[in-house]
Every structure is written in structure tokens, then in C-alpha cells.
Design a protein around this ligand. Structure first.
Ligand SMILES: *Cc1c(COP(=O)(O)O)cnc(C)c1O
Length: 493
């Protein structure tokens, strides 16, 4: 094949829109001749019938197959390579989870099915709650929330309901400056004012400032542990005591539980209420706006306020739902939450077992520290405190050549990796937040470290190659603001 032909073919494959392949009369299907009386579709569909289908593409079967297959190759996925997005815990989604969640009886179960023929599903929910309570050291739980942020809101509403019952919901929530943006958003949505807490030079909550800021107006502290610097809050007991001493509650954002599972339990270090991200720590898929799951676990004194319904063991020993809960904050989600996610998380927990989960935690921390050692000296490490499951570098060295964290991340794409988390946490200017998870092998981590070192060298010798990256993708630099604010989601003729 000549070079010219090759190039043309490449363009066809990459740029062709399905609408442009369309030509009148082409179809991807053919039916045998009708052997029953013909029915007027208007009789069947009534008002729903549409005379004009608009500009639907008319294409053959192979064209439509190629179209979607091609689209799927434009995406990056955990099944293609490492996804070092810090704070996101983009671990491998084991296929056993998928197989189990597709079991006919589970996948086809209907939420309106009577309890007496849903005992298997109830048993799954109950077993998952038991496992999560054991892992967190908490006492009661709801599986309803559909994401971490949704769990935060549910948890803070529990705090509000509890304090309200005492006579005063209080006014403020304290949030460290290293927190995820969803924390202040949650506090505001729950009707609280947000007060910022400064971190100390070790990247931890400054206990003295906390003590100074704590008073009877503070409803709770929302704390991520390990925090978004990947640093374990070593004074967590003192922090809990300061809050409890003035009648406040300790909320833990459990998004970083991948660093703790099987080692320590938030319930044992003073946490009153927390959420888990099943789509992070417990390997269920996330991204793309698909279903997630953000269970909220709490201590017994918050249990009466949990969303309805809760699972109970009835007098005859069978499982059922209890809807009669007068103090409940109400429902936060239709039915019982995202059941498919619960099945996947339980499959993951049971496939690993207690020792496997502990090993997972250790491997996740080991991998983050392997990367830290590999890149120390090449990239600036603003906090020297020991790293748990993720490590935060900064672009301070490369910025001298005009290369910023976003440029480095885009160059990483050319090396076959998904970018790390850019510019978060906000307390590190030019942050490069890297979380490998336990999924990656030493070989993969070595490739990643080599890629990052090679990019650092490029910054010294030929910064333009980094500043103009990515070079290997269909489109290079986009106007990110316009893409977010004015997305083009429809093809128009
Ligand atoms: C991911 C994350 C959240 C939000 O969880 P979602 O499931 O994305 O809503 C909150 N806090 C931290 C620290 C996180 O990493």
C-alpha cells in the first residue's frame, strides 16, 4: 500500500462520522417476508409514533460495528493501562465481580418484588453491611447513597438531625484546607457555614488551631484520613477529643480507605460518621457518570436518623426492610441504592477475604512509596511526611522552564499513561498527585517512573515537546473551558 493510501485510510478511520457514511436505503438488518397480517403502527404506537425520524444514519452492519469499535479505541481505560489519578483509587475491576453481578436472579431482580421472594438479595445487602461495619469499626450503616459526595450529604444530614434533636443544629462545619471540593459543597448544601482549618508544615491538621477554632457553634469537622496529601492524621485521637469535648462530631471522608482497610478502623480512632466509596476502595467501576455507591456508616447514636428503609432481622429470623422510622432523615435514593454495585463490592470483599484485603492495603501503600522513591529528586516533594497510598509532588523544578503540572500530565499521555491528578490538593501549588493502587506490578511502576524521568529530561532539553503535548492523540490541546461550558454533544447536518 502506498504512503498516500495509508494516510487516506487513517483519516477515514479516525475522522469518519457515522452520519457521513450514511446513504439512503442502507440498513444493518434484513427481516424475512411478513407471514402474519400487517398492523398499522399508528394503532400500536398512537401518539408516540413519529412520522419524521430526523437524520438517522443509514449504514450497513459492518459500518456500525466499525464505528462503535473505533470509538471504543479512542478512550483510555483501566483495562488498557495504569490510571494514576490521585484520590480516585482507579484500581482494576476484577472480572469475577462482573460475572457475579450478572447472575440472572440478581440482574433481573425487581425492586418491587415482595420481600419473601427477595431473600437472596436481602442476604447480600446484609452480608455487605456486616463486612463494611467490620472493616470500618462502625455500628450502623446505609447503602443508599449513590456516590461519595452523596454519602457526605447523607452523613452531614445525620449530624444535623442528631444535633437538632438535642435542640440546636449549630452553625458551622470545619474543613481542612487540603479537603476535596465536595466537602465544603456538602456542608453548604446541608445549611452550614464552612470554616477553613489550616494544615501544619507536616501536611496535617494543626491541632492547636483546631482547639482555638472549636466552640459550641461547630457541628462537625469533615476530615479525610489519610488526607489528600496521602498523609495519615497521626493526631486523630486528639482531634476527636477536641471535637467531642465541645459536643461536635467527627465526620470522616472515607475516600482514601484503600490505605487503611485491614490495618486500622475509623470507628476505633474516634470517627462518628463516615462514607465509603465502593467504586474506589472496593473495586466497583467508576467514571463516565455511571452508577457508584457511597455507603454511610455511623455510631449507634446516629442510627435512628438513617435513611429509610433499613434492613432488619425479623422475629422469624428472616431478613426484611423496616420503614417505620420516625426520626429518619428520609430517603436519599430510590429503593435501596445501586444494588449492582453492592453485589460487585461484596464479591470483591469475599474473593479477597480478610488477609487479602489487608495485603491489598499494604501493596497500595508499597506501590505509592516505590513511586515516591523513584521520583524524589526529579520532582519537588513539598511534604516529606511518610506517604500512605498516594504521593503528591509539585512542578516547582519544571516551572522554571515554563512547564506546569498540566503540561507534564499531557505529555504522560504520549507515554501511554493516563495523567495523574493535576493541581489538587490546592495547598500544593502545581500539584501532581499520583496514586498507583495495588493493581500495578513492579514492571508497570518502573515504566511509569521511567516515563516521568524522561519527561523531566525533556523539560530541560526541549520543553516545547512537553508544552505542545499530547502528540499521539486524535486531537491535541482543547479549549478546556469551552469544552466544559459549551460542550458540542450533537452532530448537526
Ligand atoms: C472521590 C472523592 C470524593 C467524592 O466521591 P464521589 O464518589 O466522586 O462523589 C470525596 N472526597 C475525596 C477525598 C475523594 O477522593
Amino acid at each position: 500500500m502506498s504512503q498516500v493510501k495509508k494516510a487516506t485510510r487513517h483519516v477515514n478511520q479516525n475522522e469518519g462520522l457515522i452520519f457521513e457514511k450514511s446513504s439512503p436505503g442502507k440498513a444493518a438488518w434484513r427481516l424475512p417476508p411478513l407471514d402474519v397480517p400487517e398492523v398499522d403502527t399508528a394503532d400500536l404506537l398512537g401518539e408516540a409514533e413519529r412520522a419524521d425520524l430526523g437524520h438517522m444514519p443509514e449504514v450497513s452492519e459492518i459500518e456500525i460495528i466499525r464505528h462503535f469499535t473505533r470509538l471504543s479505541t479512542w478512550n483510555y481505560a483501566i483495562d488498557l493501562g495504569m490510571y494514576p489519578l490521585g484520590s480516585c483509587t482507579m484500581k482494576y475491576n476484577p472480572r469475577i465481580n462482573e460475572a457475579v453481578s450478572r447472575f440472572e436472579g440478581l440482574a433481573n431482580g425487581h425492586p418491587y418484588q415482595p420481600e419473601r421472594i427477595s431473600l437472596g438479595a436481602l442476604r447480600i445487602l446484609k452480608t455487605l453491611t456486616d463486612c463494611l461495619l467490620e472493616i470500618t469499626g462502625m455500628q450502623a450503616i446505609t447503602l443508599q447513597p449513590a456516590a461519595g459526595a452523596h454519602g457526605e450529604l447523607t452523613g452531614i444530614l445525620l449530624v444535623r438531625a442528631f444535633l437538632q434533636k438535642q435542640g440546636n443544629p449549630r452553625k458551622k462545619i470545619l474543613i481542612p484546607d487540603s479537603a476535596h471540593g465536595t466537602n465544603p459543597a456538602t456542608a453548604a448544601m446541608a445549611g452550614y457555614a464552612v470554616e477553613n482549618l489550616k494544615s501544619n508544615s507536616a501536611g496535617m491538621v494543626d491541632v492547636a488551631s483546631l482547639a482555638a477554632q472549636m466552640n459550641e457553634d461547630v457541628a462537625a469537622l469533615m476530615l479525610t484520613n489519610p488526607n489528600t496529601l496521602g498523609v495519615f492524621e497521626q493526631e486523630i485521637h486528639k482531634i476527636a477529643d477536641i471535637l467531642h469535648g465541645k459536643g461536635g462530631l467527627l465526620y470522616m471522608d472515607g475516600a482514601n480507605m484503600n490505605a487503611l482497610v485491614g490495618k486500622v478502623r475509623p470507628g476505633d480512632f474516634g470517627v462518628d460518621v463516615m462514607h465509603l466509596n465502593l467504586h474506589k476502595t472496593f473495586s466497583t467501576p467508576h467514571g463516565g457518570g455511571g452508577p457508584g455507591s457511597g455507603p454511610v456508616a455511623c455510631k449507634n447514636f446516629l442510627e435512628p436518623f438513617l435513611p429509610v428503609p433499613v434492613i432488619v432481622t425479623k422475629a422469624d429470623g428472616t431478613l426484611g426492610f423496616d420503614y417505620n422510622r420516625p426520626q429518619s432523615i428520609g430517603r436519599v435514593r430510590a429503593f435501596y441504592g445501586n444494588f449492582g454495585m453492592h453485589v460487585r463490592a461484596l464479591a470483591y470483599i469475599m474473593a479477597n477475604g480478610p488477609d487479602g484485603l489487608r495485603q491489598t492495603t499494604e501493596d497500595a501503600v508499597l506501590n505509592a512509596n516505590y513511586i515516591r522513591k523513584g521520583l524524589e529528586g526529579v520532582y519537588d516533594l513539598p511534604y516529606k511526611t511518610p506517604t500512605m497510598h498516594e504521593v503528591v509532588f509539585s512542578d516547582r523544578v519544571q516551572a522554571k522552564k515554563g512547564v506546569r503540572t498540566g503540561d507534564l500530565a499531557k505529555r504522560l499521555i504520549d507515554y501511554g499513561f493516563h495523567p495523574y491528578t493535576v493541581s489538587f490538593p490546592l495547598i500544593v501549588p502545581g500539584a501532581m498527585m499520583i496514586e498507583p493502587t495495588e493493581s500495578e506490578s513492579k514492571e508497570e511502576l518502573d515504566l511509569f517512573v521511567d516515563a516521568m524521568k524522561s519527561i523531566a529530561e525533556e523539560c530541560e532539553k526541549a520543553p516545547d515537546v512537553v508544552l505542545e503535548a499530547p502528540h499521539s492523540t486524535r486531537v491535541s490541546r482543547l479549549d478546556e473551558v469551552a469544552a466544559a461550558r459549551k460542550p458540542v454533544l450533537r452532530w448537526k447536518p
